[in-house]
Write a protein that binds this ligand. Structure first.
Ligand code: ARG
Length: 258
């Protein structure tokens, strides 16, 4: 309402950018530094990368972002939102940065600026029992994926699945597999491993990888000063052992891109 009221007193151009948001209004790093806090959005439903333990936001990406913010000399104000709202919010300058396991894609790169990747992974097939392990096995099958994810695009592109069912959260796609409503679930390989460990009685099995991807945080399109601070901070924690320690704590291995 406030924004709309502003429209009546400002020029047509200013009005358009107020209503639609515009990367030109994204806070450069100087402003963030002066403010002392960076606003970081994530989903909080993608264990072990970003999730809630009770009311506490935690996970590999939460630890990595906190370590990077410390290097950048700022505090994080966390926001948790649905996955499909995260990149859109950068355009509207609702937050400065998103870290939620986004794979770097051409399509997303048209809308946001990605930092350097903080890990490398990919989509893996999860099924119940032995029958469905390979991309070929997915022919004619019903596959569950999170909506708006690279798993959706890649299952569509590389398999002959009969149906790709989308779910708002990745954990809903997992539940669909566990309860037998779909033949397979395609998700991140580390998410799948953690899910198997947490649900040993479920009968879930890991199959082949469908594709690999580089996962990065994102800032508003063209917000180069924030992207370059993130890159510097990431390089620093990867050089001084901080990244390695965080990665080993969550995965027992270093998952940086090689
Ligand atoms: N890596 C996948 C992608 O880029 C899935 C990311 C899902 N992240 C999440 N917080 N649920 O689309």
């Amino acid at each position: 309402l406030h924004r709309l009221a502003m429209c009546f007193v400002s020029s047509v151009l200013a009005c358009i950018s107020l209503v639609h948001g515009d990367a030109a209004h994204a806070r450069p790093f100087d402003d963030i530094k002066k403010d002392g806090r960076i606003i970081v959005a994530t989903e909080g439903q993608f264990a072990p990368f970003n999730y809630f333990q009770g009311s506490r936001l935690t996970g590999f990406e939460v630890d990595i972002a906190e370590a990077m913010a410390q290097r950048m000399g700022v505090k994080i104000e966390w926001k948790a939102l649905s996955f499909d709202a995260l990149l859109a919010g950068l355009r509207q300058d609702r937050w400065d940065m998103v870290i939620a396991s986004h794979g770097i894609t051409e399509e997303r790169s048209r809308a946001v600026t990605f930092s350097n990747p903080h890990y490398c992974s990919g989509g893996i097939i999860v099924s119940k029992g032995e029958g469905v392990r390979t991309v070929k096995d997915l022919s004619g099958k019903v596959v569950a994926v999170q909506i708006g994810s690279t798993y959706f695009d890649n299952v569509k592109k590389t398999t002959e699945a009969r149906e790709v069912k989308t779910f708002p959260q990745d954990s809903d796609a997992r539940a669909a597999l566990i309860t037998g409503r779909v033949d397979a679930w395609v998700t991140d390989r580390f998410v799948a491993k953690a899910a198997l460990e947490a649900n040993r009685a479920s009968g879930m099995q890991l199959g082949d990888m469908v594709f690999v991807e580089r996962i990065a945080s994102a800032v508003a399109k063209g917000n180069g000063s924030v992207a370059s601070e993130i890159n510097k901070a990431l390089a620093a924690i990867q050089a001084d052992g901080t990244y390695d320690a965080i990665s080993r704590k969550w995965f027992g291995e270093d998952i940086r891109c090689k």
